[in-house]
Design a protein around this ligand. Structure first.
Ligand SMILES: [Zn+2]
Length: 201
């Protein structure tokens, strides 16, 4: 799994520091470097899958708000990641981040950027988080501990529909329903935590 942990920094042509908080790093190519969702080309549905990230749920809600600092944590963005999202997503984001008491800094790698207009990201209902408290989400150590806390917090929010990350991918059909396992999404799920909310009808 070691090669997966470093996949977000596999481009060694740059002399930029590895820690995103130590300087300005061009993350414009992150979509190719698995910094957020790789997309359905890696999706391998299992028998219980009822619609993970590869299934688009249109919403009647309009994108009206930006993600900003929560009451517990400051929020930063990868370049070109700070875009309008739905109030439903912002409400879930604030609740989830604030429910993990040791989270003080969150970096967002994707809102609508890097995703199709007709996708859960595109309509503003999804977010990708790649760095927490200055630690990159990963499959071991603090990066895994933070991912575990975030994924569990997202699963505890009744309005979250789908959760993706290092400890697994989980989906449900209706708000508050029991979670079901969702299919493997390839290397990208080990470098960030994704969650999206139920659409408005
Ligand atoms: Zn995502």
């Amino acid at each position: 799994m070691d090669q997966i942990i470093i996949v977000g920094h596999v481009d060694n042509s740059s002399s930029a520091p590895l820690n995103p908080y130590q300087g300005q790093i061009d993350h414009s190519a992150d979509h190719d470097r698995n910094e957020h969702d790789a997309g359905p080309q890696n999706h391998q549905p299992n028998s219980e899958d009822i619609g993970g990230s590869s299934v688009f749920f249109p919403t009647t809600e309009i994108k009206t708000v930006h993600i900003t600092a929560t009451s517990h944590a400051t929020v930063t963005f990868d370049p070109n990641a700070d875009h309008l999202v739905t109030q439903s997503l912002l409400t879930a984001f604030n609740s989830i981040i604030n429910s993990v008491t040791n989270v003080t800094r969150v970096n967002v790698s994707a809102t609508t950027n890097g995703h199709a207009v007709d996708s859960n990201h595109g309509v503003g209902d999804a977010v990708d988080i790649n760095v927490v408290n200055g630690v990159h989400i990963g499959t071991s150590g603090e990066g895994l501990a933070l991912a575990t806390a975030l994924e569990n917090a997202a699963k505890a929010d009744p309005n979250v529909r789908f959760v993706e990350g290092p400890i697994g991918n989980f989906v449900r059909a209706n708000p508050g329903d029991a979670w079901k396992p969702s299919g493997d999404l390839g290397p990208s799920q080990f470098t960030h935590v994704h969650f999206d909310v139920f659409p408005k009808h």
